[in-house]
Design a protein. Structure first.
Ligand code: CO
Ligand code: ZN
Length: 326
């Protein structure tokens, strides 16, 4: 799974511009799928199995990034954020445009050098007065994938780790009594937009998102996040956008215990996932999330523990192989 993850993280796919990664995922999943299609918003929808319950799994393909809003005569671009871009993580960073063009982010001199400049005070240095970049072009943050052993570091682990978990689950799922939809969703980072239309179309009986969550195991972080790297996938109880369905939580925790899969219980104070869109689709859908603990979310050096991802795959394969108990 590590090698797949390395490839997935290095493809730039800011929200709304997921075509490169969608093509890559499509070529990877084709041989394992009963049906593959792409919808109008750019979601890649992969079906396996038929009969039983209609189960929708979702992991988002898109990542945070920037969009050029203005370029001055010296080739300095001002930009708008795509998704939850944090100023402190931008300074000194690099961005990669879809055609491979690289820019570096820096900032105007400000009166108080100790303060992090706002995004308005930053610019992308395109390295030339005629950079071949125009207003409206989009770029993703650029940083290499590094293998630290059990842990890996990269940009865009939010949510390429979820994409890798879904692909690996599809590969390992020999048979299922259900009609399972693996949705590689678009535009999650700008407000779960892809999952909204995909859930309406699929009309699932149950929905499960796979996404990253916060962490509580670095120096002086708020102790409210009772989640650590390497202790297993986290079963979400709530986040800011969703109260996970208690029946789904019970199904997940009981299946994990039955199969000896270590897991954590997650109460997240901020953020949300595609499961929110699924839960609120049509007349409502029982939904939950399997989370991969991830440090420094939305920075160019996010960190996850591969054992948590392996646990998430094992849990999904177990869930999809049995009857849904509600
Ligand atoms: Co995110
Ligand atoms: Zn995410």
């Amino acid at each position: 799974m590590k090698n797949l993850l390395r490839q997935l993280t290095q493809i730039p796919a800011p929200s709304g511009y997921e075509h490169q990664i969608r093509d890559f995922i499509q070529s990877t999943v084709a041989e394992h799928a009963d049906e593959v299609r792409t919808d109008a918003l750019g979601n890649l929808i992969v079906r396996k199995g038929s009969g039983g319950k209609r189960i929708m799994l979702a992991a988002h393909m898109d990542e945070i990034g920037v969009m050029v809003a203005h370029i001055d005569e010296n080739g300095f671009a001002r930009f708008a954020p795509i998704g939850g871009v944090r100023p402190a993580y931008c300074l000194g960073g690099r961005v990669r445009f879809l055609d491979g063009h690289i820019g570096v982010i820096n900032a105007e001199r400000t009166p108080d050098p100790a303060k992090t400049p706002s995004l308005d005070q930053m610019f992308i240095d395109l390295g030339s007065p005629n950079p071949g970049v125009q207003v409206g072009d989009v770029a993703a943050f650029d940083r290499s994938f590094e293998d630290l052993g059990e842990r890996v570091v990269s940009k865009a682990l939010d949510d390429r780790i979820g994409v890798a978990v879904l692909i690996e689950t599809l590969r390992r799922l020999k048979s299922t009594p259900h009609e399972v939809y693996f949705v590689f969703s678009a535009q999650e980072e700008v407000g779960v937009r892809g999952a909204t239309t995909a859930a309406f179309h699929i009309a699932p009986d149950v929905g499960i998102a796979v996404d990253v969550t916060g962490w509580g195991d670095t120096p002086k972080v708020p102790p409210m996040v009772d989640v650590a790297l390497g202790k297993g996938p986290a079963i979400k109880i709530r986040d800011r956008g969703m109260l996970a369905d208690p029946r789904v939580i019970a199904w997940m925790t009981e299946t994990a215990e039955k199969n000896g899969i270590p897991y954590q219980r997650e109460v997240l104070l901020s953020g949300s996932t595609d499961a929110r869109a699924i839960q609120l689709s049509r007349a409502g859908v029982p939904a939950g999330t399997i989370s991969i603990p991830c440090r420094y979310v939305h920075s160019p050096s996010e960190m996850v523990d591969m054992r948590d991802a392996e646990g998430a795959v094992a849990l999904l394969v177990a869930l999809l192989g049995e009857e849904v108990p509600f």
